[in-house]
Ligand binder design. Structure first.
Ligand code: 13P
Length: 341
């Protein structure tokens, strides 16, 4: 019987659908301790547990209108156990705001031996136990990222196959423990390739990923996809319009993502805040078949100006929170195709 039991199917499906309810998206704040350390350095703060906690507190104590456009947040391990200044666990703050907590469960990348400078994502060995622990703590979904590089001879067959297998194993383990997997094959922006190349690579990767998910009996209605948008490489001189990006993106998704998947939440991947919002808006406006909800799961594109305004100073917390809400509202509108500059 290659399906989870009915009760588990219902739970996974309900959670996945709640995350991609129209007009809402995901706030990704799952930077590793090393990753957030770099951001703290830009505002002159040391990479201490307390400074990491204070920044995340700023986000989670923003006015509760935040939850009108943010359905879920992706946390890093440490954050699951942290509390606000008044002793309220972050998990409780989120639940009170009706925001679904989830967790980054991959353990980042290592080189893929004898590949063309490509990588594989680690973390499968103890994943079932870790998922069980996070579930007990109140997490309802798990996220795992596999980056794919576009180069002259990449992605290689080796890297595509590895990504598909690793994502499928993670998705299967995650569902076995009652967490909705957010499957993230991230075809990177780096390079001078054009949009046609990006589209083809995205299609090939998606086809491999969904074949592997099927091989591992992953229940698609209880999953979400977190893909890249299809754009030209960052160094490509030929820049496309948001409408062209929308057509290329939806075409690639239509070719590779089964309609059983309830929602697709894009990563921002180095786009500017405004670009990420405008492109999501164009994707939702384009007149094409769209069997899934199309929304955002942004890290950098929801936080870049929050960091600038906060600048590591307590006096700026309120202003930074207002900015977070502004970014969330803009992307909430873009998720409906109703954003106007
Ligand atoms: P960006 O939106 O900054 O790409 O981050 C999303 C994310 O979770 C990457 O894994």
């Amino acid at each position: 019987f290659s399906y989870p039991d009915t009760k588990l199917q219902e739970e996974l499906k309900k959670t996945a659908e709640a995350i991609v309810v129209p007009g809402k998206g995901i706030l990704a704040v799952d930077e590793s301790n090393e990753g957030i350390g770099k951001l703290l350095a830009t505002v002159g703060l040391e990479n201490t547990e307390n400074n990491r906690r204070k920044y995340r507190q700023l986000l989670f104590t923003a006015h509760d209108v935040l939850s009108e456009n943010i359905s879920a947040v992706i946390l890093f391990d440490e954050t699951v156990y942290q509390k606000s200044d008044d002793g309220t666990p972050f998990m409780e703050l989120l639940k009170k705001r009706n925001i679904i907590p989830g967790i980054k469960v991959d353990k980042d990348v290592v080189p893929l031996y004898l590949s063309e400078d490509e990588v594989t994502t680690q973390g499968l060995d103890d994943l079932a136990q870790r998922c069980a622990t996070y579930k007990k703590q109140g997490c309802r979904f798990a996220k795992w990222r596999c980056p794919i590089k576009i180069g002259e001879h990449t992605p290689s067959v080796q890297a595509i196959h590895d990504t598909a297998q690793v994502l499928a194993r993670y998705a299967s383990i995650s569902q076995s423990q009652g967490l909705v997997p957010i499957v993230e094959p991230d075809v990177l922006l780096d390079g001078n390739h054009d949009i046609v190349r990006a589209q083809k690579v995205t299609e090939v990767v998606l086809a491999a990923v969904y074949k592997a998910l099927n091989d591992h009996h992953v229940f698609l209605e209880g999953t979400l996809l977190k893909p890249n948008m299809v754009t030209p490489g960052q160094a490509c001189p030929n820049r496309n319009t948001p409408e062209e990006i929308a057509v290329a993106t939806v075409t690639a998704l239509l070719r590779g993502v089964p309609a059983a998947v309830p929602g697709i939440a894009f990563l921002s991947g180095g786009q500017s805040e405004e670009e990420a919002t405008i492109n999501l808006n164009a994707i939702n406006k384009v007149q094409m078949k769209k069997p899934w909800t199309l929304t955002f799961s942004y890290g950098r594109a929801l936080q870049a100006s929050v960091w600038k305004i906060w600048a590591g100073k307590d006096v700026n917390v309120k202003k930074a929170q207002v900015e977070l809400i502004k970014r969330a509202e803009a992307n909430g509108l873009a998720a409906l195709g109703k954003y106007e500059k």
